[in-house]
Design a protein around this ligand. Sequence first.
Ligand code: BGC
Length: 933
Amino acid sequence: MGHVAAPTAVRFEHRTDEDPVLGIGTATPRLSWIVPAAAAAFVQEAYEVELARAGGAPEVVRVTGGEQVLVPWPAAPLTSRERVRVRVRVSGAGMRSDWSDPATVEAGLLRTEDWTAQFISPRELGGLGAPAPVLQSTFDLPDGVVKARLYATAHGLYTAWLNGQRVGDQLLAPGWTSYGHRLRYQSYDVTDLVRAGGNDLAVLLGNGWYRGRLGWNGRHAHYGDRLALLAQLEVTTPDGKALRLGTDDSWTARESGILADDLYDGQRTDLRPRTGERIDAVEVVDADLHRLVAPDGPPVRVTQTLPAVAVFASPSGATLVDFGQNLVGWVRLRARDQAPGHEVVVRHAEVLEHGELGVRPLRSAEATDSYLLAGAPLEVLEPSLTFHGFRYAEIRGLPDVRAEDVEAVVVGSDLRRTGWFHSSDPLLDRFHENVVWGMRGNFVDLPTDCPQRDERLGWTGDIQVFAPTASFLFDSAGFLSSWLADLAAEQRPDGSVPLVIPDVIESPLPAAAAWGDAATLVPWVLYQRTGDVGLLARQLPSMRAWVDYIAGLAGADRLWTGGYQLGDWLDPTAPHDAPFEAQADPDVVATAYLARSAEVVGRAAAVTGDADVAEKYARLAGEVRDAFAREYVTPGGRVLSDAPTVYALALEWALLPTDDQRHHAGDRLADLVRSSGFRTSTGFVGTPLIMDALTGSGHLDVADRLMRQTGCPSWLYAVTMGATTVWERWDAMLPDGQINPGQMTSFNHYALGAVADWLHRTFAGLAPAAPGYRELLVRPAPARSLTSASARHRTPYGDAEVSWQRSEGQLRLRVVVPVGATASVHLPGRPEPVRVGHGTHTWRTADPAAEDRPLPAQPTVRDVLDHEDTWRQVVAAAVETGVVSDEAEAAARLQVFLDAPSSRLVDALALKPPGLARGRRALHARLDHLLPP
Ligand code: BGC
C-alpha cells in the first residue's frame, strides 16, 4: 500500500499571506491545497475538511471528488470577524493522508452595518498643498485584552501607529482602486500593540492616488480635495466583551513634518521637532461605505533593499549613486552631524545621459525627495508617501556620501514568486531577469505601464499582453482579479472599456483593439493559469459587453474597420513620435482581436455552463474569421499589409482557413524575419505572438535567431546596452547612448517582455494543457543554439518543472508533475505524446539538432541566411567592404532574392538602385570561395 503525504499550503481564495489570513472579504472562501508527495497510484477520490470555530467542537466535512483547487467552502458561511481554523486531509486509491497543518482564516467586516466608524477629515489642516495631517485619538483599555483588530482605509494614503508602534508593514495603503466603486480597507491584528490604560492611535494621511497628481496633464485631486480616514479598532476583553472605537468627531488633527507629498513629484520632509503645534478639530465627512471591499491580493511592502554599487561625481560635479538595478521604491540615506534645518535633496533617474541624471523621460514628474534635517548625530532619511522608478540617484547637501550610507528600498505588491526560467545563455537569462524586475516595478498595487514618469496608469493594453507572463512569474490571481473588478466597474454602459483602469484620463478613444480586449483576455488567462471558474463567471457580463460593443462597431460585414486605433503600438519601424504608425494594418489587427475575443467569450460561457451564450459567441467568432479571410487573406495565404504581426495574429488565432494558407503564411513570416536580419519588427500586438507563430509553423531555428539577436531592435539589444529592466521602446536608449528623442521613453515597461511567456511555455516547454495546470503540456523547443533550458512553476497543484539538456548527441528531458496533475509530454521524433502522472520523469532521446547542418550543395540565398556561420561571414565581409552598413541592411537587400541561388548573393547585396554599391568586386573576392558557384 502506498502513501500520500499530508496536504500543505492550505489557502483561502487567492490570498497568499502567511497564516493567518486576516480580513477575508467573502463569507465562503474557496479552499485550495497541495499534496506534496504521493505514491504513483494515488488519485484523490475524496477530501475531508475539518473546521474549528470558536466555542464548538471541530466539524469535519467529507466531500467526494478529485478537486483540490478553489473547492467550495464546505460549511456554514463565515460571519463578520469570525475566525476558523481549517485542516484538510485527502484519500484515494486505498490511501489516506494525515491532516494538514492548520490554516486560519478570519473574516473582515462583511456587511456595511459592521462599520460604526465614520470618515473624518481635519477641519482646517491638511488642505491641498498643506503639510500631510496626522489624525489622532486616545482611549483607555482594560487589562488583558485578548484580541484587538484595526480596520482602516482612507481617502488618500494612510499609515497608522498605535502607541508609537507602526501598525502592520503595508505601504501606500489602501492602494489604488476605482475609488468611486471600490475602496479597499485593511485588517490588522494589533493585539500586541494595545496596552492597559491610555492608548494612542495616530494616523498619517498622504495625497497618494486620491488627491495627488495623476496623468500627464498636471491634474490632481481626481477623486476629491479632502483627505479622510476611516478607522475602527475592535477589542475583545478577557470577559469576552467587545469594545469598538471608531473615527468620529472626537478625534483631533495636527500637522506632520511632511510638508509636501506626491507620487510623481516626491516628498519634502521637515525632520525638526514640531514646536507650537496647532491642534485642529476634525469633522465627519460624507462617504459611501458600500464601496468598502477587502483586498484580494497582497499589499504593497518593502520587498528588498539593495546596496549602492557605486558613488561617484558626474561631469558637472554632482554626487551620483548607482544601485546597479533599475527598480521602484526610494532611497534610504544616513546623514551624520548636520546642522538643524540643513537641506538634503535626492533626485532620481533610470539612466544617465552624458554622465548626468537622464530626467527628460520623467517628463513633468519631479521625482525629488528633500529633507530639512533635525540636526541629530545620525538621521535616517526616507520617504513613505511616494515612490520612484530609478537606478541612479543624485544626492545634494551631503558631503562625502559613502556607499554604505545609501541603499535602495524596493517597493511593490508583495506577490508570491511562482515562476523561474534558466538557460545556457547568460544574455537570455539576464533578459528574463529584466522581465521579472519590470513586473516587480509595475505591479505596485495595480498593473501599470511604467513606474517613473507622469503616467504610471493601469493601461489595459499593456497588461493584456503581459498577463500570461505575469501569471507565470508571480501569483497574480488576487492582484489581477481586483483590477478586473475595477475594469468591470468602470466599463461604460455601452460596453466600451476605458484605455486605463482606473480611468483618470477620461480616455478619448471609444474603443481600441488590444487595449479594450483586456476585458476578455485577462480573465481568460487567469482562468487558464489558475482554474478559477468563479472569476470567469464574475467577469462574463463584462467580457460579453465588450464583445457586443465591438461587434456592433464592426457591423454586418463583421470587419472592425476605421476609427482611431493604437494598433501594433511601438512597431520599431514606426516614427518615434507616431508609435501607432505600424506596418500592420490597424483594421487587420482590430478584426483579429474581435475574432479572438468573441472566441474566448464563447469558450468562457461554455465553461460557466451557458450553452446558448457559448454558441452565440462561437458563431460570431466564426463569422469574423470568415470575414477576415475573405477581406484580408489571399487564397495563397498572404495577409494584408504583409508584416510579421499580421501573420502572427492570423496563425495564432486560427484566422487562416486552409492548411495551405497556414503553411504559406508561416513561411512568409519566417522570410520576413530573415529579411529584417532577424531583428524584431513587432509592437505590442505582434510581440507576444510571433515566437509561437514561428515555432508552431515549423520555424524554430528562425525563432531562435530572432530571440538571440543582439542588434537593434531586438530583445537582447537592451541587455547588451546594460538594461536591467525591459524598455518601453526597442531603442529607448539608442546605440550611441543617447536617450530616444520620443516624449514617451520609459526604461521600465513590461509589455515587450511578454515574450517571456514563450520562453516558459514553448522554449523550455512548460504550458498548461488544462486550466490551472491540471494537465501540463510539455512540448519543449530545444533550439540548437542552446545546450539547456528549464522552467519551473508553482502551479495551483504544486511545483511543476521541465528541463532539457543536450550533450553528445542526446537530449535529456526531466519533467516534474505535481500530485493532482498529469502531463502530456511531446518527445522529439515521437509523433504521439506520452501521458504521465505525478512524480519525476526523465527521458533520453536522440538530439534532433545534434548534427551540424551543412550548407546544402546548391544553396539558395535563404539557405545562406539560415546557416548562421556562413551568414555571419557574409555580413562581416559585406560590412568590411562597405557594401552595407550592418546585418539589417544586408538582409533587407536580400529580401526579394531569397529563392535565388547563392551565386547571386553578392550581386544582390550590392544592388542598390539605381546602381551597384561600391565594394562589390572586393566582396566577390571575399566571398566567392565561401559560396558555391
Ligand atoms: C503608455 C503605454 C500605453 C500607450 C497607449 C503610453 O503612454 O505608456 O504603454 O499602452 O500610451 O496609448
